[in-house]
Design a protein around this ligand. Structure first.
Ligand SMILES: NC(=O)C1=CN([C@@H]2O[C@H](COP(=O)(O)OP(=O)(O)OC[C@H]3O[C@@H](n4cnc5c(N)ncnc54)[C@H](OP(=O)(O)O)[C@@H]3O)[C@@H](O)[C@H]2O)C=CC1
Ligand SMILES: O=C(O)[C@@H]1CCC=N1
Length: 268
C-alpha cells in the first residue's frame, strides 16, 4: 500500500514519521506533500519519505491519501485533486468537522475514513477515533487501524457524530490539560516558586495522578476522596472549584469544541 500525506504541519508530519518508523510502510511507499517551500526544504533533509510539491506527481500513485491540512484549505485542495483521483483510492481525513459526504463529493471518491487524532501522537501517546464510509472493506479498515495505531491508540466509533464529539474531548482535550497546568504553574509562581520548580511540581503532579488513575479501577471522584481529608486543604480547593462552577464550565468548553466541529463541517 502506497500512502500520500498531504500537509506536513503538526499532525501530518507526526503521522508520516510514525508510519515510517513503524515498518508497516517502507520509504518507497510513503509520500508527503506540502505547499510551503521552506517546509519542503526541511522535509527533504528528513529522508524518511519521498517529498513532493506537485499533486499531479503523487496523487495518481497513492492507494491511501491522508488529508492533514486545515479545514479551510480543504475545498480548494479537493478541487485540485478531484481530476487526479481514481476510484478505489481511500481518503483518510483528520480535518476537524469536514464530513464524509463532503470528502466523497469533493474528491469523487467513495472510500473515505474520518479520524480525529490528538497532539500526544507526537510521543506515541495519541488517541484517534475513526469511522468509515460503507465502501471501505473490513480488511482495508484493519490496515488503516494499524496505521493509526502507530501514533498511539485508536477507537472505532459507530458514526460521524462521535468524531465531532471526540474532537471536543480528546482532539482538543490536550489544550484543556495544558490550560489547567498553566493555571497551576501561575499559582505556584505567585506563591514564590521559581519557574523551574513550578514546572517540576506541576508536571509531576499531573504525571503521578494519571499514573494512579491508569493503574486502578477507581473513578476520578474516588481518587479525589483519597486526597481530600475532612476539613483539610484539598477540600478547601475542591469546594472553591464547586462554588465557582468549574466542572460545569469545563463541560461547557468541551461542548463548545464539539459544536464548533459541527459548525466547521457546514462552513465553505
Ligand atoms: N493540531 C492538532 O492538535 C490537531 C489537528 N487536527 C486537524 O489536523 C489538521 C492539520 O492541523 P495542523 O497539523 O495543526 O495544521 P498545520 O497548519 O500545522 O499543518 C497544515 C499544513 O498543511 C499545509 N497546507 C495547506 N494547504 C495545503 C495544500 N493545498 N497542499 C499542501 N499542503 C498544504 C500548510 O502549509 P501552510 O502553513 O503554508 O498553510 C501546513 O504545513 C487540521 O485539519 C486539524 O483540524 C486534528 C486533531 C488534532
Ligand atoms: O483546534 C482545532 O480545530 C484542531 C482540531 C482538534 C485539535 N485541534
Amino acid at each position: 500500500m502506497k500512502v500520500l500525506v498531504i500537509g506536513a504541519g503538526n499532525m501530518g508530519l507526526i503521522y508520516a514519521q510514525a508510519m515510517s518508523k513503524s515498518k508497516l510502510l517502507n520509504k518507497r511507499n510513503l509520500m508527503i506533500l506540502d505547499n510551503s517551500p521552506e517546509k519542503l526544504q526541511s522535509l527533504k533533509k528528513i529522508s524518511q519519505f519521498d517529498v513532493y510539491d506537485r499533486l499531479e506527481d503523487c496523487v495518481p500513485l497513492a492507494d491511501l491519501i491522508f488529508f492533514a491540512v486545515k479545514p479551510y484549505h480543504s475545498e480548494d485542495l479537493f478541487q485540485k485533486i478531484k481530476p487526479l483521483a481514481k476510484q478505489g483510492q481511500i481518503a483518510i481525513s483528520i480535518m476537524a468537522g469536514v464530513t464524509i459526504a463532503t470528502l466523497q463529493e469533493g474528491l469523487g471518491l467513495q472510500k473515505v475514513v474520518r479520524a480525529m487524532p490528538n497532539l500526544p501522537a507526537q510521543v506515541g501517546k495519541g488517541v484517534t477515533s475513526y469511522t468509515a464510509s460503507d465502501a471501505v472493506s473490513r480488511i482495508e479498515l484493519l490496515t488503516i487501524e494499524n496505521l493509526l495505531d502507530t501514533t498511539g491508540k485508536s477507537l472505532k466509533v459507530s458514526s460521524e457524530k462521535y468524531i465531532d464529539a471526540s474532537t471536543g474531548i480528546s482532539g482538543s482535550g490536550p489544550a484543556y490539560v495544558f490550560y489547567f497546568m498553566q493555571s497551576m504553574m501561575e499559582a505556584a509562581l505567585k506563591m514564590g516558586f521559581s519557574a523551574n520548580d513550578s514546572k517540576l511540581l506541576v508536571s509531576h503532579t499531573f504525571e503521578g495522578a494519571v499514573e494512579l488513575f491508569n493503574q486502578s479501577d477507581l473513578s476520578p471522584n474516588k481518587w479525589m476522596e483519597k486526597v481530600a481529608s475532612k476539613g483539610g486543604t484539598t477540600r478547601a480547593a475542591l469546594d472553591s472549584m464547586e462554588d465557582n462552577n468549574v466542572k460545569e464550565l469545563i463541560k461547557e468548553a468541551a461542548y463548545a469544541a464539539f459544536n464548533r466541529a459541527i459548525e466547521l463541517g457546514k462552513e465553505k
